[in-house]
Design a protein around this ligand. Sequence first.
Ligand code: COA
Length: 178
Amino acid sequence: MSSKKHDMDETPCDSTTAIYPGTFDPITNGHIDIIERALGLFDRVIIAIAINARKEPLFSLEERIDLITQCFEPENKRIKIDTTSGLIVDYAEKKGACAIVRGLRAVSDFDYEFQLALMNRKLARKVDTIFLMTGFRWIYISSSIIKDAAKHNGDISGLVPDHVEKALQNKYRTDAED
Ligand code: COA
């Protein structure tokens, strides 16, 4: 029998807390669907606005925090909204979370998510990535496609909360006036 021991990390990890990271530029109904379903699996979900070096967000960090905050009842203590600028696994470990939640929309998401999840696993073995299939109604939306539609006065009602729709309209109106 092999004498090699399993690489079991003794540091406690809170199996009731999950991190839901993303750029959230802006939050959409698809994200909200994932958050609500994650709350069915975990006691606490930390929505972490993280930096994706490849993106230049339309909304500032403060604006994105505010838009997410307005989506949930203030008394809902199971949801926390936060920002992080380093590695997401370091953040998860700091918060004692056992899982990173990601939404999958289509096969096209898979390559990137697979790479991200494996890299995160290499960096921190005790933090697992949990994939939830995005609700069918939201399968075709992304923050970018919604911004694009809003920019050209397309109807985005029902795809984002009302306050997000207004924020997008204001943003593009201001941009047009500049
Ligand atoms: N409904 C609707 N849209 C969804 C969705 C859902 N359920 N799930 C994802 N999306 C969309 C998002 O709107 C976003 O659209 P966009 O590209 O048009 O902005 C896209 O899918 C994926 O974005 P998001 O989930 O926000 O992830 P991301 O790729 O922008 O960011 C981070 C991923 C921030 C989590 C990742 O870059 C990260 O962890 N950064 C920190 C550094 C790090 O640890 N890197 C990894 C190891 S090196």
